[in-house]
Design a protein around this ligand. Sequence first.
Ligand SMILES: [Zn+2]
Length: 359
Amino acid sequence: MNIEFPVFSTKTPGVAETFDMSDPVSRKKYFQAKCGQEIEKLKIFFDQGNTFIAYFLGKKNSGKGTYCKLFSEIVGEERIVHLSVGDLVRQANEDAKDAAKLAEIEQFMEKNYRGYMSISECINALLSRDVGSLLPTEFILALTKMEIAKHPRKAIFLDGFPRKMDQISYSLYFRDLINYRQDPDMFILIDIPNTIIDARIKSRVICPICHTPRNTNLLRTKEIGYDKEKKEFYLICDNPQCTGYGKERMVGKEGDDKGIEAIKDRLATDEALIEKAYGIYGVPKILLRNSVPLAQKETVDSYELTPEFVYSYEESSGQVQVQEKPWTLKDDQGKEVYSLMPPPVVVSMIKQMAKILEL
Ligand SMILES: [Zn+2]
């Protein structure tokens, strides 16, 4: 990306305790320690019947879903909804095949749709295989409005809109287009190096039986195996509910070894969208960054950094040795960086949000 987001310091004076980010109880204490005041104010804001709408703009695989999940874990699931526009278009494409549901869509559109294509032309586009590129933006907006109406009094994280460059200016008027009361709106922009996405894709694995996702180097299981023939290490499923517990070898998906190759165009578009949104005046922006330059390590606590696991095989004992260290890699500008775990990114989101909402 051509813009560099500022590094947000999550170091909090007086908090010397370390926290385990993967443990929900410890994580709760972590959020209390790092942004407890802001969380309280946000809860009061919601309790008073206020909501907001946030346009989430981040590259594919930048962790939007994870951030939303953590946020709802903090303020309460009943208070927010994460809407993926891509998902809701796909759902509408399914619904349109059902006569009763189609009638419901048509009825809603009679009252709410305004655009250059007729409703029946839009429905034809909706039913086509190439729904993503044929459906006009005005119809997508109306579909989004229809979905939003199902979640009254909830703050909305809108993901996947704008998705194309020509949709950017719609986002400026989005709140008005969907009659979203007078609630505040904001952009949440995520800056994550492609190198991080690439490395994550290359080492992600799942259990063939229970489909638990893990990452060979970044999110390990308890037991690690070593394949002498292929000279490679692999994770062994440790999901207690899985019939493969303690023995099933986790595997990568076909094509994952090529990393971001298959999504390069998408990433480039996402990047251009973020840059464009960054330059917009009048809509407040939350800037999130996933990486921290090595030189700025003092702005974060070491347990907030994504660890990397390095394995070695001991021939004599037949044991796999595991070493844990902070994961470092080069970002897209060639600068050596750490990758942040999701919780500190959410801390920076909450603090910036409280400021925007003037809490
Ligand atoms: Zn399993």
